[in-house]
Design a binder for this molecule. Structure first.
Ligand SMILES: Cc1cc2nc3c(=O)[nH]c(=O)nc-3n(C[C@H](O)[C@H](O)[C@H](O)COP(=O)(O)OP(=O)(O)OC[C@H]3O[C@@H](n4cnc5c(N)ncnc54)[C@H](O)[C@@H]3O)c2cc1C
Length: 313
């Protein structure tokens, strides 16, 4: 069966108390047999340690294939090289290469004086480091054949409001990332299938051939959607907020939100999307309800095994 890919975004727990809940979520999501899970890298690299701990534990204790997000913010080329080497040494083979946003106390993006300027430079660095490792060691070269390095990048259906970029500029940036060696892209949130399909059409026209996976947020929580709007500049349609606002109670709102997200998923899949990447916000119920509604849950409602939940990362 030609099942669309399913993947989830997670972030490292903000404090040790949040870890058990996250691991319960991870177990629930694992039962959906996702193709990969991606782990965010906090603004200005603030979660460097916890991102690494979570990725390492996902590799060691689950069947999941983790993708480590990386950004260029406030980091020299030498520091990024060390971070990448640490991940590679631990067996991480997949990265999401991002430029990142400036820290909140900084108005505009400024690269580190010895740092990288764009995500495409980070893609290039990842490819170069992998090549060097393979050239230095026949074992690494062999490993690379069995598990090739995979590099994802970001794409923006409406243009990146956070950088003031138009869609045309972001398509040019996406093409540069592809030329630097990106394997596929994951989009920022959006609320209309046409936004995603329009981006794909424009990207293909410009020569982008890599798969572009739509990033989908389950639209069950208006407060979260408005927070995402504040952070990303992606407007939540008034019709969606009205739909959720007219709910009789929380359960009704959840159902309405899931229905809207299922429609969006069906719209992008009907338009040719290769799969969906779900922004989980470290919660599994809405993500799994969405997959179930779209018939993509892979039997997630009957978990096959459980791992002990511990409080460490
Ligand atoms: C799926 C996804 C996951 C994310 N995860 C994280 C995360 O974990 N941590 C985090 O801090 N942030 C994350 N972000 C946010 C992201 O870092 C910001 O949106 C950032 O502002 C842009 O990053 P980029 O990788 O697209 O940068 P770039 O592609 O480098 O683009 C940055 C700016 O430069 C312009 N530009 C670059 N190259 C070119 C070119 N050749 N031609 C024309 N214009 C160009 C772009 O148009 C854009 O305006 C994520 C975003 C997405 C969509």
């Amino acid at each position: 069966m030609d099942r669309p890919t399913v993947s989830f975004e997670l972030f490292p727990p903000r404090n040790p108390d949040a870890a058990p809940r996250l691991w319960a979520t991870i177990q629930a999501l694992e039962a959906a047999h996702p193709d990969f899970v991606s782990v965010t890298y906090g603004a200005a690299g603030k979660t460097r340690t916890t991102t690494r701990q979570l990725v390492r534990r996902l590799l060691r204790e689950t069947s999941l294939n983790p993708i480590a997000h990386l950004t260029c913010v406030g980091t020299s080329r030498a520091e990024i090289t060390t971070i990448v080497e640490e991940f590679l040494d631990e067996g991480v083979r997949s990265f999401l290469a991002l430029r990142g946003d400036p820290p909140t106390d900084q108005a505009a993006w400024q690269p580190h004086p010895d740092g990288l300027h764009t995500a495409s430079e980070l893609v290039e660095l990842l490819r170069t480091l992998e090549q060097e490792r393979c050239a230095q060691s026949p074992s690494q070269a062999m490993r690379s054949r069995v598990r090739p390095l995979s590099v994802a990048v970001a794409a923006f259906p409406r243009g990146n409001a956070a950088t003031g970029g138009t869609r045309a500029q972001d398509v040019a940036s996406l093409l540069a990332k592809q030329q630097a060696g990106a394997d596929f892209a994951i989009t920022q949130v959006f609320y209309e299938a046409d936004a995603y399909l329009g981006l794909v059409a424009e990207a293909r026209e410009a020569g982008v051939t890599i798969p572009i996976i739509p990033g989908i947020i389950p639209t069950t929580d208006p407060a979260r959607l408005l927070r995402v709007q504040e952070l990303t500049g992606v407007q939540v349609p008034a019709t969606l907020l009205d739909l959720l606002g007219a709910a009789d109670d929380e359960l009704d709102r959840h159902r309405r939100g899931i229905r809207a997200s299922v429609d969006l998923v069906q719209g992008v899949l009907d338009g040719g999307a290769p799969g969906v990447h779900i922004y989980t916000y470290n919660q599994h119920h809405a993500a799994l309800d969405l997959l179930e509604g779209a018939d993509l849950d892979g039997g997630a409602r009957t978990p096959r095994h459980t791992n002990p939940i511990t409080t460490d990362l």
